[in-house]
Ligand binder design. Structure first.
Ligand SMILES: NC(=O)c1ccc[n+]([C@@H]2O[C@H](COP(=O)([O-])OP(=O)(O)OC[C@H]3O[C@@H](n4cnc5c(N)ncnc54)[C@H](OP(=O)(O)O)[C@@H]3O)[C@@H](O)[C@H]2O)c1
Length: 278
């Protein structure tokens, strides 16, 4: 158990989950160190000189992994040597079915915290609601009126980053759920066509969803200058989704928090009202 006097280091603190986690922990009166390259505590995975100050006095860490797995083991070792007794690592649902080449940072983070010798939890969420807004990948195409992905009619139980953050806060501060992998999804699965229709209605604008062939999608990404290894990761991720491996809702949010996760329609209404697609 972490106490109110413990410092909690949140990596990726400016990101989609980290930002809400910092807010949730502070609202609960916890001492938080919000860290990233641009956050109040400077932390850069590629600059080991930034690690010691971020870790000094921290007893728990929310670990958002880098894309490059290389620094992960050294960081977890340095963290435990500095006194960290609990990790919560952010991973992704279905990661266990991907090849060893895909999403190596997340896979390295899972392995490192399991082998850390201290308390650990892994959270594996579905795709986030907030990928549709929040300066994320799917927002610019939505604003342009056309989201095109190689996903077909397979539904996705999108999960809200506020639910992920609340689960992470519970795992960082309370006892009883450590030493486990927590799969997290929203309450229901919907197709991307339905998700885009829900957003279009909430935003009051015309937006179409276009199904792409995987080869067309790879070609579009490469033409946009997306690095080849990122294209490979996305290609595998969508193949995993098309196969239906992560299409069923799971009860991870309810098991940890004792409440239902946020529904996609409520998210879309709220994000539209906040001007996400205006
Ligand atoms: N998006 C999804 O639907 C989804 C679903 C399942 C799993 N995941 C996993 O969740 C993780 C986060 O992905 P995301 O797309 O949602 O990103 P994000 O958390 O919204 O943004 C990335 C965060 O990492 C920080 N960061 C980037 N490079 C860094 C570096 N070199 N050193 C230190 N901090 C750095 C960024 O802040 P600064 O720029 O300030 O450094 C930012 O706070 C990834 O591992 C992803 O695979 C995502």
């Amino acid at each position: 158990m972490t106490t109110h006097d413990d410092d909690i280091l949140v990596l990726g603190a400016t990101g989609k989950t980290g930002r809400h986690l910092v807010g949730a922990l502070r609202a609960a009166g916890r001492r938080v160190r919000a860290a990233s390259r641009s956050a109040e505590t400077r932390f850069d995975w590629s600059d080991q000189d930034t690690w010691a100050a971020a870790l000094d006095g921290a007893s728990a860490v929310y670990l958002v992994a880098p894309e490059d797995p290389a620094p992960v083991d050294a960081f977890v070792k340095q963290a435990t040597e500095a006194g960290v007794r609990r990790f919560v690592a952010l991973s992704g649902r279905g990661v266990e079915r991907l090849s060893a080449e895909a999403f190596q940072g997340m896979a390295a983070a899972e392995r490192a915290v399991r082998d850390s010798g201290v308390e650990w939890s892994v959270i594996r969420p579905n795709n986030f609601n907030q990928n549709f807004d929040d300066d994320a990948a799917w927002r610019p195409p939505l604003l342009a009126g056309r989201l095109a992905l190689p996903i077909g009619a397979t539904p996705e139980p999108f999960v809200d980053t506020r639910d992920i953050a609340d689960v992470a806060a519970a795992l960082l501060t309370a006892d009883g759920h450590q030493g486990q992998v927590h799969e997290l999804s929203g309450p229901r699965a919907l197709t991307f066509a339905d998700a885009v229709r829900t957003i279009a209605e909430a935003a009051g604008r015309d937006i179409e969803f276009v199904e792409l062939d995987p080869a067309e999608y790879r070609a579009e990404l490469l033409a946009e200058g997306v690095p080849e290894e990122v294209v490979r990761d996305l290609d595998e991720m969508y193949a995993n989704m098309r196969a239906g491996h992560v299409a069923e809702p799971v009860d991870g949010v309810r098991r940890v928090l004792g409440r239902e996760p946020v529904d996609f329609a409520a998210y879309a209404t709220e994000a539209a009202a906040a001007g996400a697609w205006a």
